[in-house]
Write a new protein. Structure first.
Lengths: 256, 201
């Protein structure tokens, strides 16, 4: 029997869920409780032609991405330091554990007191992403093949070459998996924080307004926008990571 | 290159309760070749690791300081090949030598032990014998004062072993060579003295 192509299977699955969603909305027949995919898309199409929509997307996505990038580099730095100096790792571990366990809402309230609403999503996405990157950096470095490190030690290979050819390749899969999780979580928490803090001209403000006016179509269309922007940023960031992280961004005959 | 001796003074090593090396005293003289012979599990690899500074002896000391007081540089063929798996043969050599050789020089040397079309393939696609040959060449090409080779001919057929021996003789360049082996004929092939590890008891 002829095997169905992969894209066809994925499209069929997506179509099934969209149909189920549409049928449910038709059966419920209440625009406050549930709107269907067509109406969501229609509302989104109405929104994307307005400058305020793009301003809100740029405001929120820009701040969440900034928080993510800051967390990425900080996590990379402290994760590497914890690997290199176990005393630093022990000193830093309680802080990481606290950031992991304290509910985001507590940080949101604290950030509102400290910095106000405008930069809230930077702070919150940083706090959500940072421990994930830190932990995965540390685990990735710990997974480095000790036999290769011994070899490099015997041959007195300089640190920059070890970092490029040994550590980078052990770290890469851990960072990819961390970023896949962290980007989505950073976005979710950043937007949730905006809904609490309601900074002017943010996606969070749009969602808050949708709640106040019980505008479910707007709520769904903002949600769809968040999913699309988050997915696009994830793809972009993973592509950048692949370019620098995988073996391949090097000269043909050299190790860079 | 500096002429460095390896001086073993009362070297003792235990794994748990089991003695591996017991009060070992010997001087491997700079510029000479030695074949270290002993049955499997007698401590050859442990001795090499101690000389390389990868393990500490439980007793005694090892000195690889030259007469000029300089710490000798060591290059090694490990019991496991310890090559960077995702990298090509050329890149593996470059990893340890830096930019010391041109690509042309490296290609020329590598093609004496490896098929020409394999030089750009990742070593993870190499056979066991090819990996072994590459690790021999890597040790020979690194500027060093002492060459340690832990069973370098394991897994090589007669032809490739002969080619490897020729390359070792050519590229050894007066360095102190310590080679562990089970085959006494290796000593005559390399013109080396035989050093038998004393029995543990």
């Amino acid at each position: 029997m002829h095997k169905l192509p992969d894209w066809f299977k994925k499209a069929a699955v997506l179509l099934f869920w969209l149909l189920l969603w549409q049928i449910s909305s038709l059966l419920i027949h209440n625009r406050i409780l549930l709107v269907g995919p067509f109406e969501t898309l229609r509302t989104l199409c109405g929104q994307i032609v307005t400058p305020s929509f793009w301003r809100a997307v740029c405001f929120s996505a820009g701040r969440i991405s900034l928080g993510f990038m800051l967390a990425f580099f900080s996590g990379l730095l402290t994760g590497s330091l914890s690997y290199r100096k176990s005393s630093f790792g022990s000193f830093w571990a309680p802080l990481i554990q606290s950031v992991k366990s304290i509910p985001v809402a507590c940080f949101v309230i604290l950030a509102l007191i400290w910095t106000g609403a405008a930069n809230l999503s930077i702070f919150i996405s940083f706090l959500v992403v940072y421990p994930i990157i830190h932990t995965n950096t540390l685990e990735g470095l710990k997974s480095t093949d000790p036999l290769l490190l011994e070899m490099a030690k015997v041959f007195r290979v300089p640190f920059h070459r070890k970092a490029l050819c040994i550590y980078r390749l052990s770290l890469y899969p851990y960072l990819v998996s961390a970023c896949k999780t962290a980007l989505g979580m950073g976005f979710k928490s950043g937007i949730a924080a905006e809904v609490i803090g309601v900074p002017d001209g943010s996606i969070g403000e749009g969602l808050y307004r949708a709640k106040i006016y019980l505008s479910t179509p707007e709520l769904f269309s903002w949600t769809l926008a968040i999913i699309l922007v988050s997915a696009a940023l994830e793809k972009l960031f993973l592509l950048l990571l692949k370019m620098i992280g995988q073996k391949g961004g090097q000269k043909k005959d050299g190790t860079g | 290159m500096v002429q460095a001796n390896i001086i073993l003074s009362h070297v003792t090593k235990y794994y748990g309760e089991n003695p591996v090396l017991c009060d070992l005293n010997f001087t491997f003289q700079g510029g000479k070749s030695y074949c270290v012979m002993a049955p499997s599990g007698s401590g050859k690899t442990t001795l090499f690791k101690i000389i390389m500074g990868l393990e500490k002896p439980d007793g005694g000391a090892v000195s690889t300081i030259s007469r000029e007081g300089v710490s000798a540089r060591i290059s090694a063929v490990f019991q496991e090949d310890r090559l960077l798996p995702g990298y090509s043969a050329l890149e593996n050599i470059r990893f340890v030598t830096g930019k010391q050789f041109s690509n042309e020089e490296l290609r020329c040397l590598l093609s004496r032990l490896l098929p020409e079309d394999s030089l750009h393939k990742p070593v993870s696609e190499f056979s066991g014998g090819m990996k072994r040959r590459l690790s021999i060449l890597r040790a020979l090409l690194v500027p060093s004062d002492i060459l340690l080779m832990d069973e370098p001919f394991a897994g090589l057929d007669f032809e490739t072993k002969q080619a490897a021996v020729r390359l070792i003789l050519e590229l050894r360049a007066g360095r102190l060579l310590l080679l562990s082996t089970h085959a006494a004929e290796d000593a005559s092939l390399l013109g080396a003295e035989i050093f038998r590890l004393p029995s543990k008891r």
